[in-house]
Design a protein around this ligand. Structure first.
Ligand SMILES: C[S@@+](CC[C@H](N)C(=O)[O-])C[C@H]1O[C@@H](n2cnc3c(N)ncnc32)[C@H](O)[C@@H]1O
Ligand SMILES: [Zn+2]
Length: 309
């Protein structure tokens, strides 16, 4: 069970207005180095940010666009994400295993997850990493994740918009995100990439996945911008080249490859789906069947001409 935000992780957060350092407001109770309830104060402008249920609230809901408000409302529904048994299904493991492998080694590293949801990845990383900062704009998702936290993990929960988040520069060895396809515009993606590039340690790694605009999608003339059937959350299907081009505006090192590959008829023949998917990742052409693209971005660029307005 999550017992509060570790005070040792406060140095990684910054004020949304001016990037000032955040410190505990005088009188805020701290137990075993963790804060459950109280306020953080910006050292520069003195604005207060609340801590509730151990979750640091850096979200300005009025700054969210309509698409993001729609998604946040759905993710905040009381029953959303209660069941975690789907995390063990083959199609989930076909995604999680290569993604976690791209993040290794995690031992001793400081990790941030942007869009952690109910914690499918967070709980696996927190067991290995030195510290994890888990960010999501859904309070309900963060509370759900809180119920899965082991007492010895060094983990801090933050409610924030991942396109507008105050972070210390070069503070994280690993950054993970599986939400890039859900960001409603290139401007949102660029804002998040800028933020990740600035927050990543010089030898760090930013790993993220998106939905893939597969040959089958192209053949069926599925539009690249669409919505999930369930709830209508925005979702963009990426061509590999366009995803690389967007990422290269912020990172000098970019690798991108398909994952979550369903080999035809494997299911009906009762073959091991996860092992087959992992093996198929190494075969050109077969890998084009992958439903997701996995990006590993390194070497943040110092400056870019594509700043978010
Ligand atoms: C596709 S789910 C992924 C959850 C988890 N990482 C996983 O892979 O199981 C996307 C998550 O990102 C969050 N999210 C979407 N847009 C966001 C934004 N702009 N800022 C912060 N969180 C966001 C949603 O609330 C949701 O929990
Ligand atoms: Zn400030």
């Amino acid at each position: 069970m999550y017992t509060g935000f570790p005070t040792s992780l406060l140095t990684m957060l910054r004020c949304l207005r001016d990037g000032g350092a955040l410190e505990l407001e005088a009188g805020t109770p701290v137990h075993d180095g963790r804060v459950q309830r109280g306020n953080l104060r910006c050292h520069a402008c003195h604005v207060l940010y609340p801590v509730e249920d151990g979750i640091v609230k850096l979200l300005d809901p009025s700054a969210l666009d309509q698409e993001s408000q729609h998604e946040q409302a759905l993710r905040d529904q009381p029953s959303a994400g209660d069941n975690t048994s789907w995390e063990q299904l083959p199609w989930s493991r076909m995604e999680v295993e290569p993604t976690l492998a791209a993040l290794q080694p995690l031992a001793g590293s400081i990790v941030m997850e942007l869009g952690c949801g109910g914690g499918r990845y967070t709980v696996l990383m927190a067991d290995q990493a030195a510290a994890v900062m888990a960010v999501d704009f859904s309070h309900a998702a963060l509370k759900k994740l809180g119920t899965r936290v082991a007492s010895h993990w060094n983990i801090g929960l933050v409610q924030a918009d991942c396109t507008r988040l105050g972070l210390a520069e070069r503070a994280f060895d690993r950054i993970l995100s599986t939400l890039v396809s859900n960001l409603p515009s290139p401007a949102h993606r660029y804002a998040m990439f800028r933020l990740a590039a600035d927050a990543l340690a010089p030898s760090g790694r930013f790993v993220f996945s998106t939905h893939h605009y597969t040959l089958a999608n192209r053949f069926r003339r599925v539009p690249q911008a669409g919505r999930y059937h369930d709830g209508g959350i925005f979702c963009y299907l990426f061509r590999r080249r366009e995803l690389c081009e967007e990422t290269q505006k912020y990172f000098c090192g970019v690798q991108c490859r398909p994952i979550q590959i369903s080999v035809p008829f494997a299911d009906r023949l009762g073959l091991p789906l996860v092992a087959l998917s992992r093996a198929a990742e190494s075969f050109p052409l077969v890998d084009q069947l992958g439903q997701l693209l996995l990006v590993t971005a390194t070497d943040p660029c110092e400056t870019t001409a594509y700043e978010h307005a």
